[in-house]
Design a protein around this ligand. Structure first.
Ligand SMILES: Nc1ncnc2c1ncn2[C@@H]1O[C@H](COP(=O)(O)OP(=O)(O)O)[C@@H](O)[C@H]1O
Ligand SMILES: [Mg+2]
Length: 249
C-alpha cells in the first residue's frame, strides 16, 4: 500500500465496512461515513441558508440515479422546479432528462399535505414510491413541516409517524432542516429528539479575514465509525466536494 505523507493522526478516510451502505456520491463525503448512509436510514442535513443543503440533497438523488441505479423522489415545500433544474444545469445535472426517464420525481407539496398524508398513512407519496420504484427520498425542508405543530410533543409524534412511513417505504431518506447562523445546543438537543439516524451539519463560516468557508461535520450517525472533525466542503462549477483537510474554529 502506498504510504500517505503528512496525514498522521488524521481520522480520514474512514475505512469502508462490509455493511450495506448507500453512498451519497458526493466526492470525499462517503469516506467520512464508512462508505455511505445506512440503508433505509433517515438522515438530517442541517445548516443555515446558503449552506448547500438543497444541493447536497439533490446530489444524493442525482448520483443515486446516475451511479447507483436507485430512483429518487424530491419533495419540497420551498423550491420551484424550473429554478432548481436551471440552477443545477451548471453542474451538468440534467434533471429534466432523468424525470422523462421516470427515474427522478419532483413533488411540490405543502406542509399541510404532508400532515394529511400522516393521517392517511401514505397516500400519494406511497403510490409514487411504488410506481417509480423509489429508493432515495428527500424532504426539503422538514423545518416548514415542524412549524405546523405548536408543542414539542405533537411535533415529535408527527416526526416519528413520518419516519415510520419512510421506513415502510424502504427508502434511504435525507431531510433538510433550516437553521439560523449557528446551530445552538438547544437545537441539537431537539434534533436528537427527532430520532433521526444521523445528523449532518453544513456550515458557511466567516473566517478571520471576512471570507466565508464551507464545512461539513457529522454530529451523529448510528452504527457508524464516522469522522469527528469539521472538513472543508466546496461548491464550485464541478459540483460538491468534501476536501481532505479539517476546518479549525
Ligand atoms: N456553481 C456554483 N459555484 C459556487 N457556488 C455555488 C454554485 N452554485 C451554488 N453555489 C452556492 O450554493 C448556495 C446555494 O446552496 P443551497 O443548496 O441552495 O443552500 P441551502 O439549501 O442550504 O439554503 C449558493 O448561495 C451559492 O453560494
Ligand atoms: Mg434549500
Amino acid at each position: 500500500m502506498k504510504k500517505k505523507r503528512g496525514n498522521k493522526g488524521l481520522k480520514f478516510p474512514i475505512a469502508k465496512t462490509e455493511k450495506e451502505r448507500v453512498p451519497s456520491g458526493i466526492k470525499g463525503f462517503d469516506d467520512l461515513i464508512e462508505g455511505g448512509f445506512k440503508k433505509n436510514s433517515v438522515n438530517l442535513i442541517s445548516g443555515g441558508p446558503g449552506c448547500g443543503k438543497t444541493l447536497f440533497a439533490i446530489a444524493f438523488l442525482y448520483y443515486g440515479i446516475t451511479k447507483h441505479d436507485e430512483n429518487g423522489l424530491y419533495i419540497t415545500f420551498e423550491e420551484k422546479k424550473e429554478k432548481l433544474y436551471d440552477d443545477v444545469k451548471g453542474f451538468n445535472w440534467d434533471l429534466t432528462k432523468l424525470e422523462k426517464e421516470k427515474k427522478f420525481v419532483f413533488l411540490e407539496y405543502t406542509p399541510e399535505q404532508v400532515k394529511k398524508l400522516l393521517v392517511e398513512g401514505g397516500g400519494t407519496i406511497e403510490s409514487i414510491v411504488e410506481r417509480f420504484n423509489i429508493q432515495r427520498l428527500v424532504i426539503d425542508s422538514i423545518t416548514s413541516f415542524g412549524l405546523l405543530y405548536q408543542d414539542q410533543l405533537t411535533k415529535k409524534e408527527s416526526a416519528l409517524a413520518l419516519f415510520e412511513l419512510i421506513e415502510k417505504w424502504n427508502c434511504t431518506a435525507l431531510l433538510t432542516s433550516q437553521e439560523l447562523e449557528t446551530v445552538s445546543e438547544d437545537y441539537i438537543a431537539s434534533a436528537v429528539g427527532f430520532e433521526t439516524d444521523s445528523i449532518i451539519l453544513l456550515y458557511h463560516l466567516k473566517g478571520k479575514r471576512g471570507k466565508r468557508v464551507r464545512a461539513v461535520e457529522i454530529l451523529k450517525m448510528r452504527g457508524t465509525n464516522h469522522a469527528e472533525d469539521m472538513y472543508a466542503f466546496e461548491i464550485n462549477e464541478k459540483g460538491l466536494e468534501v476536501k481532505k483537510y479539517k476546518v479549525l474554529i
